[in-house]
Write a protein that binds this ligand. Structure first.
Ligand SMILES: Cc1ncc(COP(=O)(O)O)c(C=O)c1O
Length: 352
């Protein structure tokens, strides 16, 4: 059990709901959402659609469910889906896109999450009796495994020109799209206007306890609603999930800036610790990746040392560690983490 005295930098998913969210849950007006009767869910879905500049939205249980629902609503079984090689959908969603959606993933490399339109063009193979039908191109923004990097609106536009030219759809896993918007100081619609549909998460930096939202045109969302049902995701008095979601969209977006500042502070501190390697250029939002290989220690071993000192982080690769800032992590937690990192590195050096 992880308790409160830990500085928990594993993910922004660990954020707890605010007092105002808990109050809103307590007082939410409820109905049966499978019948379309939950006024709080309806309000959240309308608000989300408006904020994203799309026709409609659908509340789902998680980011993984949002991606699966979207994949299934954009394709048919046996289709080809072109996605980024380090994407969450490819790495961390239990292969649902093949196991459940029946799709063939076609991963392509990118530059920190930014797909080269030429590579997308090549991946869309011509009609041929031997080939599966390409149906969908997926991007991720911000990009988790690349370190929370931002795919800029123009870069999305460039990919969308290729997808449009081929009559294919462009989908965005925008789990942390508000981090991208806050980082670039632009309206989120600057990103969403170039994609056909997308999802974003309420339960990450926005601090909600549960929930993600799929957004797109009416026809797509109608299909997604039915797909959600077949996946067992039709929720009844889901207003208790939607109520904090409304607060998230109204009040929790701008504060992501604080998380970005803290991530920067952490990253710059790490850059000063001899033995830890970091690329400051990829620290664009609330994630910090660094490498401990030079110390002759694995990420898992280093993370155990951190845990001994009440700091929690995640392993990304053999020597690579991830830390994520979020609500509840203040400047003093970053300072404490940096001094713990320094003393662990010092100890390790003495032992060698
Ligand atoms: C980019 C991205 N997409 C999707 C997900 C899945 O979200 P969930 O954990 O709610 O299923 C995550 C979770 O971290 C993510 O980072």
């Amino acid at each position: 059990m992880k308790t409160k005295e830990f500085i928990d930098l594993r993910s922004d998913t660990v954020t707890l709901p605010t007092e105002e969210m808990l109050e809103a849950i307590r007082h939410a007006e409820l109905g049966d959402d499978v019948f379309g009767d939950d006024p709080t869910v309806n309000k959240l879905e309308e608000l989300a659609a408006k904020k994203m500049g799309k026709e409609a939205a659908l509340l789902v249980a998680s980011g993984t469910q949002a991606n699966l629902v979207s994949l299934m609503s954009n394709t048919k079984r046996g289709d080809l889906v072109i996605l980024e090689a380090e994407s969450h959908m490819y790495w961390y969603e239990v292969g649902g896109l093949s196991a459940i959606a029946g799709l063939l993933p076609w991963p392509i490399e990118s530059n920190l999450g930014v797909l080269d339109p030429k590579d997308v063009e090549v991946a869309i193979r011509p009609k041929d009796i031997h080939f599966p039908e390409p149906a969908l191109i997926c991007i991720e923004n911000t990009h988790n495994r690349h370190g929370g990097t931002v795919v800029e609106p123009d870069q999305i536009k460039a990919v969308s020109e290729v997808t449009k030219a081929h009559g294919l759809k462009l989908y965005m896993d925008g789990a942390r799209i508000f981090n991208a918007a806050v980082a670039l100081k632009v309206d989120v619609k600057e990103f969403t206007k170039h994609v056909d549909n997308l999802m974003f998460c309420l339960s990450k930096g926005l601090s909600c306890p549960v929930g993600s939202i799929v957004v797109g045109n009416q026809e797509f969302i109608e299909k997604a609603r039915k797909t959600r049902k077949i996946l067992g995701g039709g929720m009844r008095q889901a207003g208790i999930i939607a109520a904090p979601g409304i607060i998230a969209l109204e009040k929790m977006i701008d504060r992501l800036e604080e998380d970005h500042k803290n991530a920067r502070l952490l990253a710059e501190g790490i850059a000063k610790v001899d033995g830890l390697a970091i690329n400051l250029g990829i620290v664009q939002t609330n994630m910090v990746h660094f490498d401990v290989g030079e110390l002759g220690i694995t990420a898992n071993q280093f993370i155990s040392e951190l845990e001994e000192n009440s700091v929690l982080a995640l392993t990304l690769a053999e020597n690579k560690i991830r830390m994520v800032t979020h609500r509840g992590i203040e400047k003093e937690h970053i300072e404490k983490t940096l001094s713990i990192l320094e003393s662990i590195v010092k100890e390790l050096r003495l032992k060698r």
